[in-house]
Design a binder for this molecule. Structure first.
Ligand code: ADP
Length: 474
């Protein structure tokens, strides 16, 4: 079987969040189980392309409205990443550094998808499954299903995996001429509330829709940034498959970023990572270290962090350290910087993206805080548990699928916060401080959570089962 994954992100080429981790890991595990799994994504001016030379490329011209663009599809063999990779370099559109955030993102990702569809059309051996990820590739099931040019691809099953339904790629009808020609009666497939909505189009057109955790699928039918009714309507072809983690890359025993490697037998060596963090950020190594890693967006509850820090130190008088690693919303960044002086010695932050530091924080923190309002799957809690940091999480999405509150009994794996407010998060942190003081319980739980198998094996098998159900039918 040959699966082609289409995505805007893939680790280590370009990463903004969990999408990259998933698309960088799943194909490796699929290859290991004997199926051919390739990735095609936009080119970005990042380290990866400076350090790796392609083994070849194909080229062509693309028409987007009235503009013509020259493009190259660069090819990297399996030796580089464990799966074949193609980077779509459209001169003037995708030869940029950042993944998102350009005023012409609609043009970038629409052009990218047209090149991908042409690429598949021209491939001698075509994929048996086209697997799209999020809205940056979700027009492709529409192209292959309804556009004249791609009629030869209409029998290839398409899958759309929703990693995050908040972002849908909306654009207006004045840009409809960017799309390949299709019969007039198919215009409605593009539409959701008077706009062209790529994510909605993908949900309608793909043969199967998956979400990155079972619980998120149910939640989306209630809250999906306007797509609730559509997801209810398409329930029969939808399925939730929990993400795994790349347990070879995220292995505290071998992690090249850690200051001190460890496993559950040598868990004492973990302390050196905490000591390093405390020294670097002027924190107290004798107190618990509670960390947050993530994008500063409303979904992650990051807007509540400064208020929570104020609350736990000024009202609850908790004896703990708090470290925040992240970036995003300007107001959140400012509020987190503003309180630094006030809580010197017990609170600090790193505003920015730092992959290396993130690994050390998972490997040195006692607790990892995730007060998310929306969490499609969440990888951080799984990395934290593999690295022996106890998760403090809200009760949403994939967090609900992966963390059991200590109050539930022996199988408990963390602290669950049932309401998202500074007060409730503060209360959850208070529970963490109590857990930290109970050394026997704390040490037992740390090793227990490191034992959890969150690898891709089980989920990769579920994907294969789904692929098979589609290829057998077709
Ligand atoms: P999302 O995709 O919604 O951002 P996930 O939990 O699925 O959330 O994945 C987040 C990934 O991004 C994790 O690998 C996490 O370690 C990483 N990450 C987020 N913010 C930062 C940051 N500021 N520095 C380093 N890594 C980060």
């Amino acid at each position: 079987m040959y699966i082609l994954h289409i995505s805007a992100e893939c680790f280590p080429i370009a990463k903004v969040g969990g999408l990259a981790d998933v698309v960088g890991a799943l194909p490796k595990y699929q290859e290991a189980s004997g199926i051919t799994s390739k990735v095609i994504m936009p080119f970005y001016e990042k380290d990866f392309v400076k350090k790796h030379d392609p083994i070849g490329f194909t080229k062509g011209n693309l028409l987007l409205g009235l503009e013509e663009y020259y493009y190259e599809v660069l090819e990297y063999d399996k030796k580089t990443l464990g799966f074949e990779l193609f980077l779509v370099k459209i001169f003037g559109l995708t030869d940029k550094e950042n993944v998102y955030g350009y005023p012409y993102d609609v043009e970038r990702f629409t052009a990218f998808q047209k090149v991908v569809a042409d690429f598949i059309l021209n491939q001698e051996v075509k994929p048996e499954i086209i697997h799209c990820h999020d809205h940056h590739s979700s027009l492709i099931p529409f192209f292959t299903g309804h556009c004249y040019k791609y009629n030869a691809l209409k029998d290839i099953p398409t899958i759309l995996t929703i990693h995050n339904a908040q972002y849908q790629g909306w654009f207006g009808y004045e840009k409809m001429h960017y799309l390949p020609e299709f019969p007039a009666d198919k215009k409605g497939v593009l539409d959701w509330y008077g706009q062209i909505n790529p994510l909605a189009t993908g949900i309608k057109s793909a043969w199967k829709v998956t979400t990155v955790s079972p619980n998120y699928l149910g939640e989306l039918q209630e809250k999906a940034n306007g797509l609730e009714a559509l997801l209810k309507q398409e329930n029969n072809k939808s399925l939730g498959i929990l993400n795994g983690i790349d347990d070879k890359l995220w292995d505290p025993k071998k992690d090249k970023y850690l200051k001190s490697n460890f496993d559950k037998k040598s868990i004492k060596k973990r302390q050196a990572n905490k000591d390093w963090i405390c020294k670097e950020f002027n924190l107290n190594p004798d107190l618990p270290l509670i960390s947050f890693i993530g994008r500063f967006v409303h979904e992650k509850g990051s807007d509540l962090l400064a208020e929570t820090i104020n609350y736990i130190f000024n009202e609850l008088n908790l004896k703990t350290n708090v470290l925040i690693l992240g970036s995003g919303d300007g107001q959140t960044e400012r509020s987190l910087n503003d309180i630094k002086a006030q809580f010197e010695g017990k609170y600090n932050n790193y505003i920015g993206y730092n992959e290396e530091l993130a690994h050390i924080v998972y490997g040195g923190s006692d607790f990892l805080l995730m007060p998310s309002r929306v969490e499609p799957c969440g990888l951080n809690q799984m990395y934290a548990m593999r690295y022996g940091a106890i998760p403090i999480v809200s009760n949403v999405g994939g967090l609900k699928d992966t963390v059991i509150d200590f109050d539930e009994g022996e199988q408990g794996t963390g602290i669950v916060c049932y309401d998202i407010s500074a007060h409730e998060i503060g209360f959850a942190i208070k529970r963490a401080v109590v857990v930290y003081k109970n050394k026997t319980f704390f040490d037992t739980k740390k090793t227990q959570i490191m034992n959890i198998d969150s690898g891709w094996k089980k989920s990769a098998a579920e994907y294969i089962k789904m692929y098979q159900s589609l290829t057998l039918k077709s």
